[in-house]
Design a protein around this ligand. Structure first.
Ligand code: C2E
Ligand code: MG
Ligand code: MG
Length: 617
């Protein structure tokens, strides 16, 4: 219980006429008692003191009561005679709080002008009594003080009731967001966890799955009933799970609940709690004759209280809840700092993508596309890398999807296209003796939609002097399948220009060859997963024949439809042998070469025929 002490105030109050209790209470803020009309004739102050409805005691400089009035005896439920000689500070509990106790002693020494505080006392009849205690100097009584005590129980009760309303959710009657954050902030104050307990804190952040559908289809009344029933089950779980203390169960809003575990003992405790919450929610609910089944997702965070803040803890809980939802709902997920770091990196990358293009932080590596029959480099695929000043060299799967999300794939894609075409032309000029190699450039869907790809390609080919036949564009199956309108027109225009279109990662999407053949596509790049299916060398073993049969059928069909086939991820010569037998035209993979710098490709072009592994650094 905290007391409040206040600064200087007018000297003695006993010299003044007495005021009513209600006036004291209404002026209870900071002002001294209100002074009304003067007494009609010089009264006997003692009689006024005795008869005053305001409870008072005169206290000597030793802190002992030298006189108390009937009102004080009545208020404290004590015999008036027993008050004289009593230790005043004990009567109104001025000792339990160090600050108040210090201020009171300062008053008795005459070094302080006034003290005022609220105290919760225990009435001898057992009930609680809230009082406002004012201590003022009484110079007439040789260093003594006047102690006045006003009953503020009604006022406090009203205040508490208002606070309860303000801090609780009317639907479920659970503590609301405000109370939750108040408790959380308090739990994270150093004094709270340093003095006792484990110094740890845990949080289950729960969100019902599909609650909106319940509200939308069955109405808000049923929705509210469900929330109330959920609240009851959570509260029951919290009570059952209590080890060090019952977790606070709060409704944070909508269908979001939180359980705060102060002094948690470790992640295991929180995991057990989360598990029991899921179990409790899983049992069907009977709501006005309706049986409803719902599930919930829970984000679980458990950590040292030191060094964390309410915001950090809630952010972690929020992220973790999001993971639980993304991982398939109806589950709990524990906060994972590594997964979070990845998310943070994503954000950091997203914000620096665009300027990085201008700063020249991107570079291209090239990976040979090798003829299965002649082992010659026919072309190369351009693969972008980001030499990030903070995170080192990043491969495209770290940033291409980000670039697609924020649209920076358009300028980045244009840079890749220009750089690759310029490089291909340079190789051609460097090696005039042999047949020139083509360059294969990956194109993201968004480049087709959000930019004039046809114009960009035409401009770049003209600018770099590369023949259209030496450019191949790789699009994924999903980018071209089922699409109509703009992407198809774009493909047609590019193909008419003489540029080859390849379908990248073929086999992972719709794999509709018949449809593809009607598009201006000339190359299929078989996804690496097919080749990986060949890994078992022994053809008599059960493992791989199915994959091989499928690939063989695909290759035959593709050929009949006029398409050539490139196999991705060729890592072993056994795989290459089978791909050759099946009829694949080109191969790409570590067997031939990893993606390498343009200089390394120049060296390869100087070497007639690429042997297995020759291009590996
Ligand atoms: P992709 O177009 O299918 O490129 C092939 C990926 O497989 C490359 O990964 C390559 O390093 C890897 N790879 C090559 N040979 C082997 C092998 O034998 N075994 C295995 N396990 N992997 C192999 P990378 O460079 O990380 O590129 C990943 C993806 O990023 C590419 O897949 C492509 O979809 C995308 N990408 C790369 N550069 C660009 C670009 O400039 N623009 C766009 N839009 N996407 C790009
Ligand atoms: Mg590709
Ligand atoms: Mg691919």
């Amino acid at each position: 219980m905290s007391g409040t002490s206040e600064g200087p105030a007018p000297a003695t109050e006993l010299d003044r006429p007495v005021v009513t209790e209600s006036e004291i209470i209404t002026s209870a803020g900071t002002d001294p008692p209100v002074v009304r009309a003067p007494a009609p004739s010089p009264p006997s102050y003692r009689s006024v003191f005795t008869a005053a409805p305001l409870a008072m005691a005169v206290v000597d400089r030793e802190g002992l009561v030298t006189g108390a009035n009937a009102a004080l005896a009545g208020l404290l439920g004590r015999d008036q005679d027993t008050l004289t000689g009593a230790v005043a500070a004990d009567l109104v509990d001025l000792t339990s709080d160090a600050r108040t106790w210090h201020a009171y002693r300062e008053m008795l020494r005459g070094r302080r002008a006034r003290l005022r505080c609220s105290r919760r006392l225990k009435h001898p009849e057992g009930h609680a009594l809230w009082v406002r205690v004012t201590v003022a100097p009484l110079p007439a009584v040789d260093g003594g003080v006047l102690l006045s005590v006003a009953d503020i129980s009604d006022h406090r009760e009203l205040q508490e009731r208002l606070r309860h309303v303000r801090m609780h959710d009317p639907v479920t009657r659970l503590p609301n967001r405000t109370l939750f954050f108040e408790r959380l902030a308090k739990a994270l104050e150093a004094e709270s966890y340093e003095e006792s307990g484990t110094g740890r804190i845990g949080l289950c952040y729960l969100d019902l799955d599909g609650f909106k559908a319940v509200n939308d289809t069955l109405g808000h009344r049923v929705g509210d009933q469900l929330l109330t029933a959920v609240a009851e089950r959570l509260t029951r779980c919290a009570k059952e799970a209590a080890r060090t203390g019952t977790p606070l169960v709060a409704r944070l809003g909508g269908d979001e609940f939180a359980l705060l575990v102060e002094d948690s003992t470790g992640t295991e405790q929180l995991a057990d709690l989360a598990e029991s919450l899921l179990d409790a929610i899983q049992a069907p609910f009977d709501l006005s004759g309706r049986r409803l089944s719902v599930s919930a997702s829970i984000g679980v965070v458990e950590r040292h209280a030191a060094g964390t803040t309410p915001t950090a803890l809630m952010q972690a809980a929020d992220t973790t809840l999001y993971w639980a939802k993304a991982d398939g709902k109806a589950r709990w997920t524990l906060f994972d700092p590594e997964r979070n770091a990845h998310r943070v990196t994503r954000q950091a990358l997203a914000s620096t993508l665009r300027p990085a293009i201008d700063r020249g932080e991107f570079a291209l590596e090239y990976q040979p596309l090798v003829g299965m029959e002649d082992d010659r480099v026919h072309g190369v695929e351009a693969l972008v890398r980001w030499h990030h000043p903070r995170f080192g060299t990043l491969t495209p799967n770290r940033f291409i999807s980000l670039a697609e999300e924020d649209g920076s794939i358009v300028p980045l894609g244009r840079w890749v296209l220009r750089t690759a075409c310029r490089q291909a032309r340079a190789w051609q000029l460097e090696h005039p003796q042999g047949p020139p190699i083509f360059v294969s450039v990956n194109v993201a869907v968004r480049q087709v939609w959000d930019s004039d790809l046809v114009a960009d390609v035409a401009d770049i080919l003209q600018e770099t002097g590369l023949a259209p036949e030496l450019l191949q564009l790789e699009l994924t199956e999903s980018a071209v399948m089922g699409s109509s309108g703009r992407p198809i027109q774009t493909l047609k225009a590019l193909s008419d220009m003489g540029v080859r279109i390849a379908i990248d990662d073929f086999g992972t999407g719709y794999s509709n060859l018949a449809y593809l053949s009607r598009l201006p596509v000339s190359v299929l790049k078989l996804d690496g997963s097919f080749v990986r299916g060949f890994q078992i060398e022994d053809r008599t073993a059960k493992a791989s024949p199915a994959d091989e049969v499928i690939v063989e059928a695909m290759v035959q069909l593709a050929h009949r439809l006029g398409l050539t086939v490139t196999a991705e991820c060729v890592e072993t010569s056994a795989q290459a042998t089978r791909l050759r037998r099946i009829g694949c035209d080109t191969g790409q993979g570590w067997l031939y070469s990893r993606p390498v710098s343009p200089d390394r490709i120049s060296e390869l072009l100087d070497t007639p025929g690429v042997q297995a592994g020759v291009g590996n650094p």
